[in-house]
Design a protein around this ligand. Structure first.
Ligand SMILES: NC(=O)c1ccc[n+]([C@@H]2O[C@H](COP(=O)([O-])OP(=O)(O)OC[C@H]3O[C@@H](n4cnc5c(N)ncnc54)[C@H](OP(=O)(O)O)[C@@H]3O)[C@@H](O)[C@H]2O)c1
Length: 275
């Protein structure tokens, strides 16, 4: 699959809901074969049924991305089924607040195992064949949370920062022979954000996020941060010295203490486009 050609064989993790489900639907059409992976088998099968109704062939893998052997087996099975894989999207992820633990290391271990190692374990089995062909796209769904440490979300921020660095290193290693793209969304309406108790600026729908990811794949972009206003904010946030970043966080905390505390209020309103 080179520039301008559409992927025919696509492997997506975290396809049972949210952005992964939206990507599966977006790519589902005749002539395409999808490999969909997530833990919840019933939800995954429901997505597969909808994708088949749109004309795609679908293989389903009810697997935990933290289980390296199971992910490798699923990737090998999909490769054997389709021969060549054009696009892999490591999208599975969880978001746990640091205060969801009693001070032990359960949260960082779980979040790193799924968000970082799970993505690495998803992409790694496909690298040799893509490299040999000199074709294909390897995509990881990271987050703007990886640009700086967020208060009460240290494990989540760390997992995404690690993923950003690993993807950058992979991109340099493959040096254009295979397209490598890191996706850093801002807020997207999915089950992950449904219980956020604070207003989420520039919220996008999962369908819109999927469209932007697919556009990045088509254009062979290497890093996408969306929406655009979040991209500008992240440029400022990344460049800010620690004293300024700390001051900004304190300012937000003094005005909206709920941003850094758990609760179960309703989600904010969804807008589809900002740019
Ligand atoms: N929503 C946002 O605002 C936002 C912003 C930035 C980045 N992201 C990133 O976008 C990605 C997708 O999240 P989402 O917002 O679409 O949330 P979501 O609806 O909760 O989807 C997460 C997906 O990951 C799967 N998953 C979680 N743990 C897994 C595991 N151990 N093994 C296999 N699959 C697993 C879930 O399926 P099962 O539960 O069935 O396994 C589900 O399909 C994540 O990497 C997230 O960090 C989201």
């Amino acid at each position: 699959m080179g520039t301008g050609r559409t992927p025919r064989t696509i492997f997506i993790t975290g396809a049972s809901s949210g952005i992964g489900e939206a990507l599966a639907s977006l790519y589902a059409e005749p002539g395409r074969t999808l490999g969909l992976l997530a833990r919840r088998e019933a939800a995954l099968h429901a997505v597969a049924v909808r994708c088949r109704a749109r004309g795609a062939e679908v293989e389903v893998y009810p697997v935990d991305v933290a289980d390296a052997h199971a992910v490798h087996a699923a990737a090998s099975a999909f490769l054997s089924r389709v021969g060549e894989v054009d696009l892999v999207i490591a999208n599975a992820g969880i978001s746990l607040r640091d205060d969801e633990t009693g001070g032990d290391d359960r949260v960082p271990r779980e979040v790193m195992a799924i968000n970082f190692l799970g993505a690495v374990q998803t992409l790694a089995p496909f690298i040799p064949t893509m490299e040999a062909r000199g074709a294909g796209s390897l995509v990881a769904v990271s987050s703007v949370a990886g640009f700086r440490g967020l208060p009460n979300a240290g494990a989540y921020s760390a997992s995404k920062a690690a993923l950003n660095a690993w993807m950058e290193s992979l991109r340099l290693r493959l040096d254009g022979r295979v397209h490598v793209m890191t996706v850093c969304p801002g807020f997207v309406t999915t089950p992950m954000t449904a219980a956020n108790p604070f207003p989420m600026p520039w919220l996008l729908s999962a369908d819109e996020a999927a469209r932007r990811i697919a556009r990045g794949v088509r254009r062979r972009t290497v890093v996408i941060v969306f929406p655009r206003r979040m991209r500008w904010l992240m440029l400022l946030v990344s460049a800010a010295p620690p004293w300024l970043y700390d001051r900004a966080v304190r300012w937000v905390r003094s005005r909206r203490p709920e941003v850094f505390h758990r609760s179960t209020a309703a989600p904010s309103k969804t807008g589809d486009r900002d740019d």
